[in-house]
Design a protein. Structure first.
Length: 200
C-alpha cells in the first residue's frame, strides 16, 4: 500500500520499504508522540535548495521539467541521524531519531513472534543518490533507465532519513519473493502500530 513515499517509481520493489509517518496518522505509543516527526507533507524547500538540485540534475541530463511531469516534491535532507541495525551487507544504516526509535521497537516486536527483520538501505544523501545515477550513466545506461531504478536526486524519500528498506533472512535483498514471506505479511498487519507504512 502506497501511503507516503514520493518516489517516482510505482512498481513493486523486491524489498520492503517502510516509511515513517506522523504518529497522529497511526496508533503509536505516547513516547513516540513527544518526538519530532517525519511529516506526511513536507514544507516547500528554500530557493537555494531548489536551485542547487536543479543544477545537479541538469548535470546528470535529467530534463528540467522531470519533477513537475512526475508530480515529485523536493524533500529536505535528514539531519541528526542515528544508526540503526547494519544492513545485510554489513554497511552502516542511519535514520532520523524518531524513525530509528520506532524501527527499534518494530524489530523487537517482530522478534517476539519469531520474525527477523533486516535493513537493506536507510538514509541516502543527495550526493549519494547523485553518485548512484552517475555510476549508471558511466556504465552506459541511459538516464531514462537509471531513473527507472533510482529516484531523482532531491526527490528520494530516503534522503529525509524517514525511510528504510527491509528484508528478512532467506529472502534475497534483490529477489522477488519477499511479498510471500511471513515478515511481509506481519509488516502489513502491524507496521502502522510503530508509525510505519509500506510505501510501495
Amino acid at each position: 500500500m502506497r501511503v507516503f513515499a514520493r518516489e517516482s517509481r510505482m512498481h513493486l520493489r523486491t524489498i520492503l520499504l517502510a516509511t515513517f509517518v506522523p504518529v497522529a496518522a497511526c496508533a503509536a505509543s505516547a513516547a513516540l508522540a513527544a518526538a519530532p516527526l517525519c511529516p506526511a507533507t513536507w514544507p516547500a524547500q528554500p530557493a537555494a535548495s531548489v536551485a542547487h538540485i536543479n543544477e545537479v540534475n541538469r548535470g546528470l541530463g535529467i530534463p528540467t521539467d522531470y519533477a513537475a511531469r512526475h508530480n515529485l516534491v523536493l524533500l529536505p535532507e535528514g539531519k541528526d541521524l542515528v544508526q540503526v541495525p547494519r544492513d545485510v551487507y554489513g554497511r552502516k544504516v542511519e535514520m532520523v531519531a524518531p524513525a530509528a526509535a520506532a524501527l527499534k521497537k518494530m524489530f523487537a516486536a517482530a522478534a517476539r513472534v519469531g520474525l527477523k527483520l533486516e535493513t537493506v538501505s536507510g538514509f541516502r544523501s543527495i550526493n549519494y543518490q547523485t553518485g548512484l545515477i552517475r555510476r549508471k550513466l558511466k556504465s552506459g545506461m541511459s538516464i531514462q533507465k537509471a531513473l527507472s531504478i533510482n529516484a531523482v536526486p532531491g526527490y528520494s524519500v530516503h534522503q529525509t532519513g524517514c525511510a528504510v528498506d527491509l528484508t528478512t533472512p532467506g529472502v534475497p535483498a534483490a529477489g522477488g519473493s519477499v511479498e510471500h514471506s511471513k515478515a511481509f505479511t506481519w509488516l502489513q498487519q502491524h507496521g502502522a502500530q510503530f508509525g510505519f507504512h509500506l510505501s510501495f
